[in-house]
Design a protein around this ligand. Sequence first.
Ligand SMILES: Cc1cc2nc3c(=O)[nH]c(=O)nc-3n(C[C@H](O)[C@H](O)[C@H](O)COP(=O)(O)O)c2cc1C
Ligand code: SF4
Length: 624
Amino acid sequence: MKLEGKNLGSLHLKNPFIAAPVKTAYADLESHVNQRHLNYYENLAKGGVALIIIEPTAVLKSGREHPKQLCIDEDYCVEELSKITKVIHDNGSLACINLNHAGRAANPKASGGVVLAPSAIMCPSTMQTPKELTKQQIQEIVEAFGKAAARAKKAGFDAIEIQGGMGYLIAQFLKARTNKRTDEFGKDKLLFAKEVFEAVSNASGGLDLILRVSANEFIEDGICEDDNVALINLAKKYGVKAVHAGLGNACDTPLWYYSYVSTPTDKQINSFKKLKSLIDLPIIVDGRMGNPDRINALLKEGWIDFFGLGRSLVADQYFVNKLLNDEIDKIWYCGGCLQGCLYNVRSGIGLGCITNPFVDKKFFTKSEKKLKVCIVGGGPAGIACGIYARMKGYDATVFERKELGGQFILATKAPYKDAMQKPLNSLINEAKRMGVEFRLEEATYEKLKSINPDLVVIATGANSQIPNIKGIETQYVIDAFSFFEGTLKPRGKRVLVLGIGLIGREAIEILANEGFEVVGVDILSELTQDFTLARLKNNTNIKLFVGTGIEEFSNDGVFARQEDEVINLGKFDTVISSIGTKSNKTLYEQIKDKFSNVEIIGDAFKVADIYSATQSAYLLIDKY
Ligand SMILES: Cc1cc2nc3c(=O)[nH]c(=O)nc-3n(C[C@H](O)[C@H](O)[C@H](O)COP(=O)(O)O)c2cc1C
Ligand code: SF4
């Protein structure tokens, strides 16, 4: 695909692709830049994207969303951030900083204990009720935006993006829903934005400015396209040269904010088109744009000025180069799962991707050693191990007795997860392209021996478990793998799902969508929150019991214990066991002493998720 460069304000962008701001959670608590940042931004810049809007940078600690978020509130931050601008410039891209104060979306653990907002209205995402900002605090934040702009210029950024949307502080001032003030900042809902624009514009030393907005928050009385017009026209007066549109907001509508796979693309495009028709500035649009067919179709329509790319550049920082060089079969596609990116940012592990362990690392280069690596198991750990071994120039053979993909295949069967087929295909295609030899047969000691390997890697995954509960043998029980593979089908009307972990909750949703009455139980009283669980809670076909252990299956029903109480859940036609899986170490135990190097990775070593599987493959090949 050949695409011309374009101007954004005074900047010349070599192509229409811009990296959208994505939290990394790589910094330390004092906001120092480290090697993970540098690897991430180096990979991004080398990958061909024209302009990189770096992760949101807080103008004050009180505006941090995450303890490991970068700040620009003190002078030492200039030196820190210069490391990022240097690595971006050295590798051929332009650098833009995203300046933000999160307001009520701030995390008290990161913001110094206090959360501040125009009014004391709870953020439904963090469940924190902020304190109403005093006028003095408002002025401090305005000044902080100005100082941040001056520091951004000194740090070598080419542009500044002001966060004016996505549910953060400027946006919180814009509507009565979040701004109930009776002073001048309540009467004139644009006043705070105006003061920030003025402060940034005066201090930015002529840098080009971009305004980030949420085209439509998709919540009652929230910001819509028409509301944005006044904000954008105001911003224009202060030198803003382009509008960067996302959707939803961090507090109320995170599904839209992250462009989760369940959000409809026609609604997305209609909103962006409407906003574009109302303004006369170039527009950058985000949300699952990392799809060559979609990019081609939208380019033909002609109304998009720049494409913002978030997760597609996390899954493959070289996406743009591959697209422009007509190497789309080499792209490592994003599956929209949010597991390696968002959930790892939230947990503090830091931005990653289920299929790309190199997000914050340097890619492997050819080794001087010549090794023969034999891998048993063609799931995500095994395939990834084959790819990384080939990167180092080793011979790699993968044995798989069933279908390539392992538990990754199950992930493609869950609701809204068909998009996961793309990263799975990318993984398999990359392995084949790199010259990994696949042998679709059972591995045995003799077969491995005949290859004379220097390294045997056991990636045999895990087996589904059925719990040993009194009376379970009287039930029609399906293990989770057989359910997802479709080899055993649920019967009757009522289904009991044992375990509400990642796999269990997906089984529950599939069953409820098919019309079954589903009861899910889990011994844990606190479940990991994700978008699937949020949907289950709103589905009337589903009842969830946490902190609940099944004691007995009997003719009178299923008896479960909740603390000191025993309850009867009634009778069920089918029981699905998703209580977890158990590492399959059979072959490992048989051969571990028969070769000089035998290693075990992925679920076969310790049951976890796809992210951990590919990471374990990375760590292993890094060692050799
Ligand atoms: C882990 C993660 C963190 C994000 N953090 C921010 C943020 O702090 N500010 C912001 O404006 N957008 C943020 N976004 C939204 C992205 O910039 C982008 O709009 C969104 O992911 C949709 O684009 P995509 O489908 O290309 O990922 C974040 C997205 C992800 C996945
Ligand atoms: S973890 Fe999932 S959503 Fe995030 S970048 Fe990777 S494939 Fe995409």
